[in-house]
Design a protein around this ligand. Sequence first.
Ligand SMILES: NC(=O)c1ccc[n+]([C@@H]2O[C@H](COP(=O)([O-])OP(=O)(O)OC[C@H]3O[C@@H](n4cnc5c(N)ncnc54)[C@H](OP(=O)(O)O)[C@@H]3O)[C@@H](O)[C@H]2O)c1
Length: 319
Amino acid sequence: MQNASMPLQAFGPAGTPVSRIGLGCMGLAGTWNPAEVGQENIRRAIASFEAALECGITFFDHADIYGGTACETVFQECLKAVPGSRERIFIATKVGIRRGYYEHQPEYIRQSVHASLKRLGIEYIDLYQLHRPDPLTHPAHTAAVLDELVQQGLVRMVGVSNYYPRQTLALQQYLRAPIASNQVEISLMRLDPVYEGAAGGNGDGVLDMCMQLNITPLAYSPVGRGWLTGRRQPPADHPQRERIERILTAMQELAPSYNNATPAQLACAWLLAHPAGIIPLVGSNQPEHIREAAAGAAIQLSRTDWYKLWVAGRGSNVP
Ligand SMILES: NC(=O)c1ccc[n+]([C@@H]2O[C@H](COP(=O)([O-])OP(=O)(O)OC[C@H]3O[C@@H](n4cnc5c(N)ncnc54)[C@H](OP(=O)(O)O)[C@@H]3O)[C@@H](O)[C@H]2O)c1
């Protein structure tokens, strides 16, 4: 099941080995309406799951809201289709987004973890992430319930998502479990986490904080929601059209030096080269796209080529 070409990395306080690239399962059900899930949706999800396993992907990222809950439910079918797979993979999910608001109240989190476990058909969640900060819950209360879930063995590790450094520190202040990961959007189309300070534009310091606290950054939308695959043209009025074209042109120039790597592979390789140990979570429900992205893990970008892509993403030279 484990493909030797997909490297692993140590994750969380116990150094649990996980694949360098993860599969984002937001589109796994093929719909956001659970009532629409039929045999064909399940068949396609299983095909994607099997392709990911064959590539050596062991990290699977969910949220209770994905597919309107259908993604977790369909994943149970994936696990059943490949006997023994649960023990060999790492399952992450998220809690905290409700219809039109966020909620980190302990009772809501307690109910939600049981609901996710039931839908996934598993005994424990490897990584339980707060989907977005909830300004109306004191982090001390959220921390207490998360520690309780870890103590009960329902959750192995705790992570956050869309947290800026001060929000992360406020939670960690009260949490006994170390925050294992922060899932944020990072790509050549969203550079804020990469660089803090005047020279970097709107840098938010997220990657530096991750290295400071030994938090693994999980990159969502690593191929720019599909725009960085070069497989579809951004419409004329797309706000980032010029930027996308600049990045794809730079990738085209570099590809021959990397065995004609595709844009999606170079987009992943650019994230993987960062010393914080970023895990790109590629969102795809197509086996051939999953295989393509996974092969990006073998690419080692040179320092100068990493900078060329960064400059293309920034739209200006480094000062
Ligand atoms: N924490 C959060 O707030 C948050 C927010 C958004 C996403 N996420 C996580 O991040 C994951 C990925 O995010 P994302 O889906 O927004 O972004 P993404 O991975 O950058 O882009 C996904 C899109 O790109 C297409 N794609 C992927 N590989 C391709 C390839 N090789 N060739 C052509 N098209 C390709 C996919 O279509 P196909 O299915 O056709 O391949 C899909 O439309 C999600 O599944 C979820 O786990 C988290």
